[in-house]
Each structure stands twice: as structure tokens, then as C-alpha cells.
Design a protein around this ligand. Structure first.
Ligand SMILES: Cc1cc2nc3c(=O)[nH]c(=O)nc-3n(C[C@H](O)[C@H](O)[C@H](O)COP(=O)(O)O)c2cc1C
Length: 179
């Protein structure tokens, strides 16, 4: 399968997840393109069999450059007729969304809007969403108490090896049901 592994990472947490996705898919002998999102990047999502995309959560949503990339792609697909009203399911492309998040205020409830937002891009394009993964990630560059005193307790050093192993297992499961 031809896989797009698209991610945005401002402080490195989501990058670790994307690297694990890449390693796992390569081990399973798939053709993986790992791409770091930028606001100006143009990607043709429709040329892949499987798209796995993720971002860190910033103010309950994906990071701004990631959202800009997606919004611009949606504009292009609306203009080209690939994102029509009453979107029809495409049988040939599947999607997975994920985010890394700190959850200091409300836990996983801060992560759901981010993957739901990404999932709507897929859904509007007719791409079935096979999964939404929410992976805990330490806060970098702001008060340490955000990583130690929030709703999820001590999230320092997350995503850790166990988190990344779980990611690898989830990737394998998706590859099994799509490959
Ligand atoms: C300025 C800032 C804002 C953040 N906002 C949220 C938030 O609203 N909800 C949340 O769960 N995590 C929030 N986080 C934590 C990040 O989502 C988490 O550290 C994530 O793993 C970062 O991913 P990245 O390193 O790939 O960018 C925030 C972190 C920073 C630095």
C-alpha cells in the first residue's frame, strides 16, 4: 500500500509517533511517505491508499500550520469537484487521525476535538476514518506544573516507550484490515 504519514510537531512529541508509524509500516513492507506539515505545503491526498495524519493539540485543536494545510487542501478539492455535497464513500482510500495532547485541564476531552476536526476532512472527501488515536504528550516550554499537576497527573517523558509500542500495535492492526 502507498501510505501518507503526515504530521505536525512543534515540540517533538508527535514526531516520535510519526517515526514509529513509519518504522512499523516499513517493517510490514509498505511504501510510506512521511511528511512534516507546513502551512504552505500542497499534498494530493487522493493518490494514497492509506493516510495517517496527526498533530499536537494546541488550544483543543490541531496546530495552526496543520489546520491551514488542511483548509487549503479542502478549498482545492471543493474547487476541483472532489469534495461535493452529499459526499460519496471512496472504497479505495482509508484514513486514520491521531493527536498527542497534554490534557492538563480536562484530560482526553481536550484531544477529541482535534481528531474529530481532522476526521471531518476525511469524511468530506469520502474517506472512511478507521481510527482516532489520542496519545499523551508532555508539555514542553511552559510551566512544569502543566506536566505534573493536571488532570492526567505526571505526563513527563510521554509519549514513552510503552505509548509508542501501543502506536506500533495500532498501526499493525490498521495495516491488517486495509492491506
Ligand atoms: C502552548 C501550548 C498549548 C497547548 N495546548 C494544549 C491544549 O489545549 N490541550 C492539550 O491537551 N494539550 C495542550 N498542549 C500540550 C501539547 O498538545 C502536547 O505537549 C503535544 O504532545 C505537543 O505535540 P508536539 O510536540 O508534537 O507539538 C499545549 C502545549 C503547549 C506548549
Amino acid at each position: 500500500m502507498k501510505i501518507l504519514n503526515l504530521y505536525f510537531s512543534a515540540t517533538g512529541n508527535t514526531k516520535k509517533v510519526a517515526e514509529m508509524i513509519e518504522r512499523t509500516a516499513l517493517k510490514e513492507r509498505h511504501d510510506v511517505e512521511t511528511v512534516r506539515a507546513t502551512a504552505t505545503l500542497e499534498i494530493d491526498f487522493l493518490k494514497y491508499d492509506l493516510i495517517i495524519m496527526g498533530s499536537g493539540v494546541y488550544h483543543w485543536l490541531p496546530a495552526k500550520p496543520f489546520m491551514t494545510l488542511i483548509n487549503k487542501a479542502a478549498e482545492r478539492y471543493r474547487a476541483s469537484g472532489d469534495m461535493p455535497l452529499n459526499a460519496k464513500r471512496r472504497s479505495d482510500i482509508k484514513g486514520v487521525t491521531y493527536c498527542t495532547y497534554g490534557g492538563a485541564h480536562t484530560g482526553i476531552n481536550e484531544a477529541y476535538p482535534a481528531t474529530a476536526w481532522m476526521g471531518q476532512f476525511f469524511d468530506h472527501l469520502g474517506i472512511e476514518v478507521l481510527g482516532a488515536w489520542h496519545i499523551v504528550g508532555e508539555y514542553h516550554g511552559i510551566s512544569k506544573s502543566m506536566s505534573t499537576g493536571g488532570r492526567l497527573g505526571d505526563v513527563r517523558n510521554r509519549p514513552n516507550e510503552k505509548d509508542l509500542e501501543e502506536v506500533s500495535q495500532m498501526v499493525k492492526a490498521v495495516l491488517l484490515c486495509t492491506g
